[in-house]
Design a protein around this ligand. Structure first.
Ligand code: A3P
Length: 271
């Protein structure tokens, strides 16, 4: 992965899992591909924009994502959850664009728990999941190092840093800024409205080319998927408030405070 051959016009969508990857990825793919909704409909996002480090079965068929990434037509939009120091090295020397999306750790934790629990890859409680997250025992941890590295890079010309919360607050602003960052022609009012509608939670949930639920459920590797599993779950800010016990929220708050002190930044600055 580190040695993956980068092309200058590649765009890398990088996130910690459950931070709004699919949402910003669909937006980025459409902007890079001249709002080609027809092409977007024909192929699932996971195929149009491979999740680089995930080898496995997509819809029951073996799928080598790194190979798929190599053969994706340019300009490529590629996805990774890896931290800054593990993404392809040439991103930095060739100045390929990176779109990073962060999310409040409490909502990320809830979303991540439901994802694994629904997939059947986590059998414990949500409290135990949070415990593992705090101990950096969850895939792609540590969460704060992940965000911190990209936060520090946010002013680089080739890095676009945004958040799930910013997208919920004002999706239009994020899309306009992202479009500019990607060097695309300015969108007309109509183009923008159509795109915002396409990216709404309801539209994306109903759109099997963007929502990977079906693909995951039919995947050979996910035989333990629970009935009713939904990738597009609540799509809100603050779902931790009615899903985490007061005690677990306190634990998370303590962990967050310790990390913010260590890195010397505030959540308000980011979110
Ligand atoms: P919830 O589980 O809180 O609902 P990722 O793509 O990084 O795995 O993130 C998945 C999270 O993003 C899920 O959060 C999902 O519902 C949310 N999401 C995906 N598309 C969205 C959209 N168009 N609007 C709002 N939230 C969206």
């Amino acid at each position: 992965m580190l040695q993956f051959e980068v092309k200058q016009d590649d765009v890398y969508v990088v996130t910690f899992p459950k931070c709004g990857t699919t949402w910003i990825q669909e937006a980025t793919w459409l902007l890079v591909n001249n709002l080609d909704y027809e092409a977007a409909k024909k192929q699932q996002l996971m195929r149009r924009s491979p999740y680089m480090e995930l080898k496995g079965f997509y819809g029951g068929i073996p799928f080598d994502t790194l190979e798929a990434a190599k053969h994706t037509p340019s300009p490529r939009v590629l996805k990774s959850h890896l931290p800054a120091y593990l993404v392809p090295k040439e991103i930095w020397s060739k100045k390929a664009k990176v779109v990073y999306c962060a999310r409040n750790p409490k909502d990320m934790a809830v979303s991540f728990y439901h994802f694994h629990s629904g997939l059947g890859t986590w059998e414990g409680s949500i409290d135990e999941f949070v415990e593992d997250l705090i101990n950096n025992d969850i895939m792609y941890s540590p969460y704060f190092d992940h965000i911190w590295d990209f936060w520090q890079l946010r002013n680089e010309d080739n890095v676009f840093f945004t958040t799930y919360e910013a997208m919920k607050r004002d999706l239009q602003k994020v899309i306009v800024d992202l479009n500019k960052f990607l060097g695309r022609q300015e969108l007309s009012g109509e183009e923008l409205n159509t795109l915002l509608d396409h990216l709404s939670f309801k539209s994306m949930k109903e759109n099997s080319s963007a929502n990977p639920t079906e693909l995951i459920v039919t995947s050979h590797a996910s035989k333990k998927v629970k009935p009713g599993f939904e990738f597009m779950r609540r799509g809100i800010v603050g779902s931790y408030k009615d899903e985490l016990s007061a005690q677990t929220q306190e634990k998370l708050d303590k962990w967050i405070t310790e990390n913010l002190r260590k890195y010397n930044f505030t959540l308000e600055e980011i979110f």
